[in-house]
Design a protein around this ligand. Structure first.
Ligand SMILES: Nc1ncnc2c1ncn2[C@@H]1O[C@H](COP(=O)(O)OP(=O)(O)O)[C@@H](O)[C@H]1O
Ligand SMILES: [Mg+2]
Length: 359
């Protein structure tokens, strides 16, 4: 995937622009609140997904305008495509001159990964963040997973509702069996998908992490199921009485977690800020490798504020060693890019984008 050109009018605080990015590395420099993340967001929207910073499309239009427009030219599988997104109240899109019935249909046409400072919560935040990371990554490569996950979530809500009714004495336990059979079946599939995904991703994560840490640290990721997939039905039945008391299903993939280990120590408990950022980055970049392995295409990488808290060797890795992908990287400190060996540097000041150097 290669962005050949991007332009926009009335998008957030950005002055109308039309830029031709470098095929490898694009650094977007500027002080705080100048529009760097806004530019990454404009590129991201072509994945058809929601923005990574807001659920409200209205916020995307400049405060003084009713509508805005973004255009992109990109190559996928060596074929050049154009797309346009229009936002005026709702979001609509045009792909290769054809109007799409919904902007979400851009999904699968243009692909990108995004790393934002919020992704540090992948390491330090609740298990839900880690499960979501896995679920989103798996859904991109195995669309059937979305159905299985939906089936599981719906059935889980139904079992939980019934548990509460049983506690209140308005229903009896008979109905639980149907839900438990279905939960066990879908739950088993979910756990197996997640383990399979991690098996696929692990060699990449390990390799990327080694690169980031200059081969000084070893990294491993472990899936932590609350219950082995083959025992799920048995455990659901065993925990029934406790679950009736709490009104909540206590076993299944909705309670599972991931553990990240550096030199066999848990990063969440023992890792430094720089190590946590490096792990989050390695996870995101491994997503790109898995996507490439399965689809034959590398996504574009949008890396927001990754440089802060990384030491010079780690910054050098980010600047010069992610060469298989086209990268858009934001940073505040111009000193961060002294060691950039090839790429284009853009500067953003008060929403105005200018190209300052090409190396
Ligand atoms: N819809 C909008 N209209 C005008 N300005 C906006 C809009 N949305 C955000 N901004 C402004 O954009 C700036 C933040 O841009 P951002 O890309 O997050 O900055 P940074 O360069 O720090 O990444 C803020 O000054 C904010 O007020
Ligand atoms: Mg920013």
């Amino acid at each position: 995937m290669l962005v050949k050109g991007i332009s926009a009018a009335s998008f957030r605080n950005l002055a109308p622009f039309n830029i031709v990015p470098d095929e490898k590395m694009n650094v977007i420099c500027g002080e705080n609140a100048q529009g760097k993340t806004n530019l990454l967001e404009a590129v991201w929207l072509f994945t058809g997904a929601k923005s990574f910073r807001t659920n409200n499309d209205k916020e995307l239009c400049n405060l003084e305008e009713e509508k805005c427009k973004i255009n992109i030219t990109f190559c996928a599988d060596s074929i050049e495509n154009t797309a346009e997104i229009n936002i005026s109240g709702r979001r609509s899109a045009v792909f290769n001159e054809k109007k799409l019935s919904s902007a979400s249909l851009l999904a699968g046409k243009f692909c990108a990964i995004v790393f934002s400072p919020d992704d540090l919560s992948l390491i330090s935040g609740s298990p839900e963040k880690r499960r979501r990371f896995l679920d989103v990554a798996i859904s991109q490569i195995y669309p059937k997973y979305i159905d299985t996950l939906r089936r599981y979530t719906r059935c889980l809500a139904q079992r939980n509702y019934l548990l509460k009714e049983i506690k209140q004495g308005t229903k009896n336990e008979i109905g639980l069996e149907v839900y438990e059979n279905e939960l066990a079946e879908a739950g088993k599939a979910i756990i197996r998908y997640r383990i399979r995904y991690l098996e696929l991703a692990e060699p990449f994560i390990t390799e990327i992490y080694k690169g980031i840490s200059s081969f000084k640290e070893s990294f491993r990721v472990k899936y932590l199921p609350v219950c082995e997939p083959e025992n799920l039905l048995k455990r659901l039945i065993e925990t029934r009485n406790d679950d009736i008391l709490t009104g909540f299903t206590s076993v299944g993939p909705h309670r599972d977690d991931l553990d990240f280990l550096i030199d066999e120590l848990s990063v969440r408990s023992y890792g430094s800020q720089g190590q946590k950022r490096s792990v989050a980055l390695a996870l995101k970049l491994s997503e790109a490798e898995v996507l490439n392995k399965v689809t034959g295409e590398y996504p574009v990488a949008l890396l927001d504020d990754v440089m802060s808290e990384l030491d010079p060797a780690r910054q050098n890795y980010v600047l010069n060693h992610i060469s298989k992908l086209q990268v858009f990287l934001t940073c505040c400190d111009p000193a961060n890019i002294n060691n950039l060996s090839t790429g284009t540097v853009f500067k953003i000041e008060d929403g105005k984008i200018t190209e300052i150097t090409k190396k």
